[in-house]
Design a protein around this ligand. Structure first.
Ligand SMILES: [Zn+2]
Ligand SMILES: [Zn+2]
Ligand SMILES: [Zn+2]
Length: 163
């Protein structure tokens, strides 16, 4: 028996659609793929935001950004065409603008939902790779894929190194 799949409730009684759960973060699928597996897909709301500035027309340097940017409705670079629950537009709050200025960080080009999905892409996959400890050569399992640049140690070599 496959415990991992057979003990879950059937997806048709789920309160949530596939693309509004963390499943979409770990195993991103397109609408067609989700439908073909018999899962449900949440369609985006029709938001009709009146975009006043396109993200590509924002200044590259935060130093050139005027304070009135907080009254702009900025178009997300993904324009609702991704599978990331894009809200198509966003605003910058004055606290946010102050923070970007104090840290010399450029304005975001993506809406908060799309930004969240870009961050999740930096996470290691939910998958273990068979590798060898870089120090003692022991067989280990790690979420760092073999082609990645990081050096991986077994637990005891790691503990010896950081102790
Ligand atoms: Zn977006
Ligand atoms: Zn997006
Ligand atoms: Zn080792």
């Amino acid at each position: 028996m496959n415990i991992a799949t057979e003990n879950f409730f059937p997806t048709e009684i789920s309160q949530f659609s596939y693309n509004e759960t963390s499943a979409q973060e770990f195993f991103p699928l397109t609408k067609q793929e989700v439908k073909s597996k018999g899962f449900s897909w949440k369609e985006p709301k029709d938001r009709n935001y009146k975009i006043t500035v396109d993200s590509k027309d924002l200044s590259d340097s935060i130093l050139d950004v005027k304070d009135d940017v907080t009254s702009q409705i900025i178009g997300c670079e993904h324009k609702g065409e991704c599978n990331e629950q894009c809200t198509t537009a966003f605003r910058i709050t004055s606290q946010e603008l102050q923070f970007y200025k104090s840290q010399n960080i450029p304005l975001p080009r993506l809406c908060p939902n799309c930004r969240h999905y870009q961050r999740t892409k930096n996470r290691n996959p939910v998958k273990l790779f068979l590798r060898n400890c870089a120090k003692c050569n022991k067989n280990i399992e790690t979420s760092y894929a073999p082609e990645r640049p990081e050096i991986v140690y077994c637990e005891s070599c790691y503990n010896n190194e950081v102790a």
